[in-house]
Design a protein around this ligand. Structure first.
Ligand SMILES: *[C@@H]1O[C@H](CO)[C@@H](O)[C@H](O)[C@H]1NC(C)=O
Ligand SMILES: *[C@@H]1O[C@H](CO)[C@@H](O)[C@H](O)[C@H]1NC(C)=O
Ligand SMILES: *[C@@H]1O[C@H](CO)[C@@H](O)[C@H](O)[C@H]1NC(C)=O
Ligand SMILES: *[C@@H]1O[C@H](CO)[C@@H](O)[C@H](O)[C@H]1NC(C)=O
Length: 446
């Protein structure tokens, strides 16, 4: 997974006007002591780098990443955005926020709109709690238009992944997919066709994730089942089956950017048109009405009996390396890390003298005073680097105002591409584009 990601990150690190040197990580290359956390985009830092998405294997040590808040059964109605917090503000307290956002979510008629305006890379919401097996339902309508991708996925810090994805030119189709530890596999994708227009209509999409099976359903009807047994990988000596705690991620992102690989653009249905009929008020949007999470009991034999957090106890990143603990999950400031959670800014200089270490993935080059030293009065800052076609997540640039529910404010530039397949996405996409796996409704691919 690291290959393409690293490439783009390196490229962007060069392009972005970083005010600090950005260390990269991944594929066995670990982060240094002073910025110990490896973000899901393969960059090292502190603060938000150590929260959701922090890759324990490529961080300085397993405990560089902050423990992950445990699963909470809950229904999220998106009647307002009170419990959606920007990734520039969130410190790990899941009791205070349900979703961490990057990009520009908007509240509209009891729904949250994930928006994507020209010059941005869309919007991502990631749940603050992790699911370690459970039934997750999302009711939403997708965006439409060439190059525009809507996603509802589960993504672990291990890069285990379970997907529903939609490209904006196939409005009767839902794509399903899964990955184990981010390893590319061309045969994992599935397609369900014959849906009534997924842009015009809300549908219920459900992922039922159990230790032995994953079932994808649409409007209560099973469209695919995956048995763990069918995923045995003798080379790796484990099941290539998602098995570690994962966040729920909802995203809208541009697969069809000229800077993306050809295969990605083709898969996404072509280049994004920034004057499309599908844009409203200057942006594309996907509308999420609700998400419900029903947590299953921890698997038999799970390590530990704590009720607050999940941690990894070894680098195998399998189900057996997960422990349930009562560890603290909250940083005191964005200077904190898993091994120094109380790290804080020096008491005096309230704003100007930012530290020289990256604190929020995707905010490189934010400029003086914004690299982590965020005022708490609603001014996010920053432009950012870009990493199109990374894995399923995205981080948009910070917008210039926090008033998400009152009006759209375009972010200040490109940023980490919201959600996509595994790291080697160019090949993956070609794979999913040309693969013989063209499933019909109700077909179980594997
Ligand atoms: C099996 O695991 C190996 C090692 O991680 C990996 O290179 C290979 O792609 C996996 N095979 C499949 C079919 O996933
Ligand atoms: C982990 O998965 C294996 C199968 O690979 C299973 O036998 C074992 O019981 C699981 N353990 C936990 C703690 O989930
Ligand atoms: C934790 O971080 C603070 C800076 O906020 C630093 O002064 C302190 O030495 C660190 N503690 C450890 C144990 O690294
Ligand atoms: C709050 O925002 C204003 C600009 O609106 C800024 O001048 C001020 O420094 C900020 N306050 C703090 C504590 O950073």
């Amino acid at each position: 997974m690291a290959g393409r990601l690293l490439q783009s990150v390196l490229l962007l690190a060069a392009v972005a006007q970083t005010v600090y040197s950005q260390a990269t990580c991944g594929g066995g290359k670990q982060c240094p002591e002073d910025k110990p956390c490896c973000s899901q985009y393969g960059e090292c830092g502190v603060g938000a780098y150590c929260l959701g998405g922090c890759d324990p294997v490529n961080s300085k040590s397993l405990d560089s990443c902050v423990p992950s808040p445990q699963c909470q059964s809950k229904t999220y109605n998106f009647d307002n955005l009170d419990r959606v917090v920007s990734n520039t503000k969130y410190l790990g307290d899941a009791s205070k926020a349900d979703w961490v956002s990057s990009g520009q979510p908007l509240s509209h008629n009891g729904q949250v709109l994930l928006t994507m305006a020209e010059g941005t890379v869309g919007t991502l919401l990631a749940s603050t709690t992790y699911v370690w097996y459970g039934k997750i339902n999302a009711r939403f309508s997708t965006s439409a238009g060439a190059g525009v991708v809507t996603a509802f996925i589960l993504l672990g810090d291990s890069k285990d992944e379970i997907d529903f994805e939609f490209v904006g030119v196939e409005l009767e189709t839902a794509e399903t997919n899964f990955y184990s530890q981010g390893v590319t596999n061309y045969n994992n994708g599935g397609k369900t066709t014959g849906l009534t227009d997924v842009h015009e209509n809300m549908h219920d999409y459900e992922i039922d994730w159990q230790p032995d099976t994953i079932t994808w359903s649409i409007d209560g009807k099973v469209v695919r089942t995956l048995d763990r047994d069918s995923t045995w990988n003798a080379t790796a000596n484990r099941y290539s089956f998602p098995q570690t705690p994962s966040r729920v991620q909802l995203s809208l992102w541009p697969g069809g950017l000229p800077t993306n690989g050809e295969g990605t653009i083709e898969w996404a249905g072509g280049l994004v048109e920034w004057d499309s009929q599908y844009m409203t008020n200057g942006y594309y949007y996907a509308a999420f009405d609700s998400v419900s999470v029903q947590c299953y009991d921890p698997p038999a034999g799970a390590q530990g009996s704590g009720t607050k957090a999940y941690i990894f106890t070894d680098k195998s990143m399998t189900n057996a390396s997960v422990e349930m603990t009562n560890d603290n999950t909250v940083l005191k400031s964005l200077l904190g890390t898993g091994t120094n959670m109380s790290a804080d800014y020096a008491h005096s200089s309230a704003s100007a003298s930012g530290s020289d270490v990256a604190t929020v993935p995707g905010l490189n080059g934010a400029g003086p005073g914004t690299n982590g030293q965020r005022p708490d009065n609603g001014t996010d800052g920053g432009s950012s680097s870009s990493d199109n076609g990374g894995d399923n997540s995205g981080s948009n640039t910070a917008s210039t105002t926090g008033s998400a529910s009152t009006g759209f404010v375009q972010g200040g530039g490109g940023a980490n591409g919201a959600g996509q397949l595994g790291g080697n996405s160019e090949t993956v996409l070609k794979g999913s584009l040309f693969a013989v796996v063209v499933a019909i409704v109700g077909l179980c691919v594997l």
